[in-house]
Write a protein that binds this ligand. Structure first.
Ligand SMILES: Nc1ncnc2c1ncn2[C@@H]1O[C@H](COP(=O)(O)OP(=O)(O)OP(=O)(O)O)[C@@H](O)[C@H]1O
Ligand SMILES: [Mg+2]
Length: 277
């Protein structure tokens, strides 16, 4: 394990030492055939903190988020969410070569682990034939089997939380990109995740709509939500992040508090910042 430090800013409560990490990735590898995308990523995210992941296109940022959410399977290493190994169960036994034997978890156990995570993508992926409130109610009703009245109440609250209390019955096509993305955030929040993963949530938006989405994310951070955010919004990283991680070539090249944005030490990170700033 490389040295892992967590950071706390005034935006969040100090993290008690000895707390269980919300996410702990250890030597994570991922290959697609012969393409080795992640080459030993270590990352620790403490509860109630915001981690911003920066990095050039193709560096494996989305792949890493998808691994945390079990949309992809690991090639090597391990990820714990909330202190629990994801995707597998440790058996405590070793094989003839002395390697620890892991058992694959069944679908139900994987679904339970995945329910701790909410994910927001660059493309909002709302159901076009459903209104905002129907989009938000969908998973609570069909995945959690919540009754419709209760789900409706929950959906209203989550849409109000993202500032869309006045747009409940609008269809996605009647909403701006920023509003659609806020519906997507409300939809993820309605499943009551412990951790929110954001993959370039503002990259598909017109510049004038970026701020309203970042503001919703800022207020979530202030409420103490644990967040991992892949973004090119350096201002957001500087203001909101407790931890900034720069990935390149499938590894974490530099990580630290938000101050590393203004004082990078690795040449590759300096180079990257010069291009995005
Ligand atoms: N399912 C897949 N099959 C094959 N290759 C993949 C797959 N998913 C990602 N890759 C490859 O893995 C590499 C990393 O992709 P990834 O999407 O994780 O990068 P990224 O850092 O998110 O980039 P961007 O900033 O452009 O979103 C790329 O070369 C990509 O083509
Ligand atoms: Mg990506």
């Amino acid at each position: 394990m490389t040295d892992m430090t967590t950071f706390s800013t005034s935006a969040s409560e100090p993290v008690p030492s000895g707390a269980i990490p919300a996410v702990k990735a250890t030597q994570v590898h991922k290959a697609f055939g012969s393409l080795h995308v992640l080459k030993g990523v270590d990352l620790t995210v403490m509860p109630g903190t915001v981690t911003v992941i920066l990095g050039p296109s193709g560096s494996g940022k989305s792949t890493f988020l998808r691994l945390i959410n079990q949309l992809e399977t690991l090639t090597g290493g391990e990820i714990e969410v909330d202190g629990e190994l994801i995707g597998y169960k440790r058996t405590g036994r070793t094989d003839a070569d002395g390697r620890e034997i892991w058992q694959t978890l069944d679908d139900k156990a994987i679904a339970a682990q995945r329910s701790k995570l909410g994910m927001v993508f660059q493309r909002f992926n709302l159901f076009p034939h459903m209104t905002a409130i129907e989009n938000v109610m969908e998973a609570p009703v069909h995945v959690k089997h919540m009754n419709k009245a209760e789900a409706r109440e929950l959906a209203v609250a989550e849409l109000q939380r993202v500032g869309l209390g006045e747009r409940l019955d609008y269809y996605p096509s009647e909403l701006s990109g920023g509003q659609q993305q806020r519906v997507a955030i409300a939809r993820a929040l309605a499943m009551k995740p412990e951790i929110m993963l954001f993959d370039e949530p503002t990259s598909a938006l017109d510049p004038e709509l970026v701020g309203e989405v970042l503001n919703v994310m800022l207020s979530l951070a202030k409420e103490g939500m644990t967040m991992i955010v892949v973004t090119h919004e350096i201002g957001f990283a500087r203001e909101v992040a407790d931890q900034v991680v720069f990935m390149d070539g499938g590894v974490v090249v530099e990580h630290g508090g938000p101050d590393i944005i203004d004082h990078p030490s690795e040449p590759r990170f300096k180079d990257f910042l010069q291009h995005v700033l």
